[in-house]
Design a protein around this ligand. Structure first.
Ligand SMILES: [Zn+2]
Ligand SMILES: [Zn+2]
Length: 797
């Protein structure tokens, strides 16, 4: 190794200046234990902000203003007034502001004002002009139910708001279609029921003023691409009835929300992201657990787990009298943290130990309310919880929030951290890093968490695999003309031609027709990713636990896999690929499993490429062949590797999109990389870059894959590929291509800032590596990335 990783030695870490206030005192308390000070990598004081009031525009109906005042809203925040004004003027708008910033008023105000104005018209009534309507779309039924309560609480009877989903009784459906002015539904229902049966909705669609797309950042990847097609179908059907609705979207704070919303709707969208709601002060600490004496693969050091560290911190906070919530990933981790905390407290004060609880999804409403009450009253001082609490339980005003690992997006991070803080007191939030490259990077790069966001909601409305079934569904709704096809983007004409050639659509002079007996909307599974999904069945009871996409089934449901379902764990007994079924039994092992695959990649079409002195960067279509060959068992508590077992599964082929970069032999020589070092350097860079892409594209590291090689046949050079794990692509690799310099710079930093000597799970080792994390050259990866970044400085953001 010639260049030592430029880690930040403990001694040179920035001094932690005593922060005033209770949160500062509590943080100082956490630093008291031995070795604690070195684990604190950053403290950010997120200052309190006063709200900025706006004014209701003149057109807002006085009755609505009165209702809002009665509900405790005397005036709008600036961003609410601006978004409502844009929507009213017919400009589609995306509101991307923080949690609890009142996004729903942005669409409720124009929507409900329109209903009241219509009521006031002299000609209104059964024979008057169409009733103005709003279609509200939420990703889940639960959110739609919440919103229904919010609309009804304003007490405007003329609205007749109603949900329309799988639970709506058939006898109520007619009433909803004919009388409701505000219908709350989900994309599945729109796709399967409302659009195919649009004739019954003619009146509603004719009067459709607003389409609200709530939580639109959840429409990402393949699911997002499907929803984009569904919304284009909706726009076309509305146009048929003479409606041209304005779209109002609500998003978490992400990078470039207008572009994402534009891709989702296919319309120009203006972003309102200047959050004017008030917020309290938060003291945010970033915390990196120490390396332990334990060793993992290839004797790499293993970092102390985030859950063990969180239990210790929670113990100290509770002794200090702070009411604390710890957010963890799984039910099992929630149990582990609460048990460990109780055990630690028991040594100090048994009376405190009983005041710690675990909370997870699946609790009954009574149980949730009891927990809320116990936390409010202080009878319970500490809760370890899965994200269930993030969505289901109404608690705020806690003293401290601990996060066991980055929750995946900044929106979730703030949603969880926002649970802390009482009037007049600062809140304390501590993000404890897990043993992976993304968390390592973030604890050393606070600007990524506290500066402007770089993560974008990514989807690909042009994916032909997604377009195919939706063009059939659209043709079944109304014959498809050339103009209609243009609505579905540049790839749509070729896809439509292919559908005609294969006999799915029929061409007549008036357009393309669906003439087959089956329901065209059944062709698209908007939450799946193609192929027959595998059913997960509990062997003893025959109960269906869930479905796994065909593409993921080899890795997630092979014999011997640990499968988590709603926080409970199961072991897979067998996977029957012919019948698409896996049998499981409940089990609670103290280890988890990681599948390993062997992968090969071919370039089918290079769509974009740029070259520099010794490097190139490209994006295009590839074919990936992969085979799951083994799985690894790892102890949950420590991350220790317990063993590896071979598997015998068939090869799978995937046609998808990829981003790839190359370095010539000259470039490698300049980087001091001998031919023998290249495979390890490229492999290490590939792993870390997969770990870091979720920072830029809101994906999971499991949504993407990678291949690296010292010499690839199609490029003729050392090449690192990162590809989308779904047929046709999902936009993640494309986002990697767009942000290549920022992404690979972050990758380089994540590797360089890890304090291990030769590579560990926090930097270059990957739990799903097909080659057993061998070879990996940590220092070589940094030099390799430097060559690329020096020669290609002008691409990306
Ligand atoms: Zn490391
Ligand atoms: Zn690998």
């Amino acid at each position: 190794m010639t260049s030592a990783p430029n880690q930040l030695p403990a001694a040179s870490r920035p001094p932690f200046d005593e922060v005033e206030g209770l949160a500062g005192t509590r943080l100082a308390g956490l630093l008291q234990g031995p070795g604690r000070r070195e684990r604190l990598t950053h403290v950010e004081r997120v200052a309190a902000r006063a709200g900025r009031w706006g004014q209701w525009p003149d057109w807002v109906h006085p009755e609505l203003i009165a209702s809002l005042a009665a509900a405790g809203v005397p005036a709008p925040w600036e961003h609410q007034a601006r978004a409502a004004e844009l929507a009213r003027s017919g400009q589609s708008v995306v509101v991307a502001t923080g949690t609890a910033s009142g996004k729903s008023l942005c669409y409720l105000v124009p929507a409900l004002s329109a209903v009241l104005e219509h009521r006031d018209l002299p000609s209104s009534g059964p024979f008057g002009p169409d009733r103005p309507t709003t279609l509200y779309i939420a990703p889940t039924k639960a959110l739609a139910a919440d919103q229904l309560r919010a609309v009804n609480s304003l007490g405007i009877g003329e609205v007749r708001a109603a949900t329309y989903d799988g639970d709506t009784p058939v006898e109520s459906r007619d009433w909803v279609r004919h009388h409701s002015s505000y219908v709350l539904t989900n994309p599945d229902m729109l796709h399967r029921s409302i659009l195919p049966g649009h004739a019954r909705w003619a009146g509603f669609l004719r009067g459709l003023n607003y389409v609200v797309v709530d939580e639109c950042h959840r429409y990402r990847g393949v699911f997002g691409s499907h929803v984009a097609a569904v919304l284009r179908r909706l726009r076309r059907v509305c146009e048929h009835y003479g409606g041209t609705p304005t779209f109002v979207l609500a998003s978490a704070t992400v990078s470039d929300p207008a572009t994402s919303a534009g891709r989702l709707t296919g319309l120009p969208v203006v972003a309102v992201d200047n959050d004017a709601a008030p917020r309290g002060e938060t003291l945010f600490a970033l915390w990196e657990p120490p390396l332990t004496e334990l060793t993992g693969e290839h004797d790499a050091p293993v970092r102390r787990t985030a859950t063990a560290e969180v239990a210790e911190l929670m113990t100290d906070l509770i002794i200090d009298g702070a009411r604390t919530v710890a957010f963890v990933r799984s039910r099992r981790a929630a149990e582990t943290v609460s048990l460990a905390t109780r055990r630690l407290l028991d040594e100090v004060d048994p009376a405190l130990a009983v005041r710690v609880a675990a909370y997870r999804a699946g609790y009954l409403p009574e149980e949730r309310r009891a927990l809320e009450a116990d936390l409010q009253s202080g009878r319970i001082l500490g809760v370890a919880s899965t994200n269930a609490l993030e969505l289901g339980v109404d608690i705020a005003g806690l003293d401290a929030v601990l996060l066991a690992g980055y929750p995946g997006t900044r929106a979730s991070l703030w949603q969880q951290a926002g649970r802390a803080g009482r009037a007049g007191q600062g809140a304390l939030a501590v993000l404890v890093a897990r043993d992976d490259p993304l968390d390592t990077y973030l604890t050393h790069h606070p600007e990524m968490l506290f500066g402007s966001p770089v993560e974008a909601t990514v989807l690909d409305p042009d994916n032909p695999h997604v377009l195919r079934p939706h063009l059939c569904a659209a043709a079944a709704e109304l014959p498809l003309t050339d103009d209609d096809i243009a609505l579905f983007g540049p790839n749509a004409p070729a896809v439509a031609d292919h559908l005609v050639e294969t006999g799915l659509l029929r061409r007549r002079s008036t357009g393309l027709y669906w003439t087959r007996p089956e329901r065209a909307s059944d062709l698209a599974d908007i939450r799946g990713t193609g192929g027959t999904p595998v059913e997960l069945v509990e062997a003893e009871t025959g109960r269906l636990l869930g479905l796994v996409d065909a593409g993921a089934s080899h890795a997630a449901a092979h014999a011997g896999a640990v499968y988590l379902h709603q926080g409970a764990s199961y072991l897979v007994d067998s996977l029957d690929l012919e019948n698409h079924v896996a049998l499981l039994h409940p089990a609670d092992p103290d280890w988890t499993t990681y599948a390993r695959d062997v992968t090969d990649i071919r370039v089918l079409e290079t769509e974009q490429t740029r070259g520099w002195e010794s490097t190139t960067l490209s994006f295009g279509t590839v074919e990936v062949s992969s085979q799951v060959v083994a799985f690894l068992r790892k102890r949950i508590a420590t991350g220790e590797v317990l063993g590896e077992e071979p598997l015998d599964l068939p090869m799978r082929r995937l046609r998808t999109r990829a981003v790839w970069w190359t370095v010539t032999e000259d470039g490698l020589r300049h980087a001091d990389l001998a031919p023998a070092d290249v495979p390890g350097a490229a492999h290490a860079a590939e792993h870390a870059s997969i770990g870091l892409l979720p920072l830029f594209a809101t994906c999971d590291r499991w949504d993407i894959g990678g291949v690296s090689t010292a010499h690839h046949l199609d490029t003729g050079a050392m090449t690192v590929f990162v590809y989308d794990g779904h047929p046709g692509g999902a936009g993640f690799a494309e986002r990697g291509h767009q942000t290549a310099v920022a992404w690979l710079t972050a990758t380089r930093e994540a590797i360089a800032s890890c304090e291990c000597a030769e590579g560990c799970p926090s930097c270059v080792q990957s739990p799903k590596c097909g080659n057993g994390n061998d070879p990996l050259d940590k220092a070589g990866a940094v030099r390799l990335l430097d060559v690329f970044l020096r020669s290609a400085p002008v691409v990306g953001a």
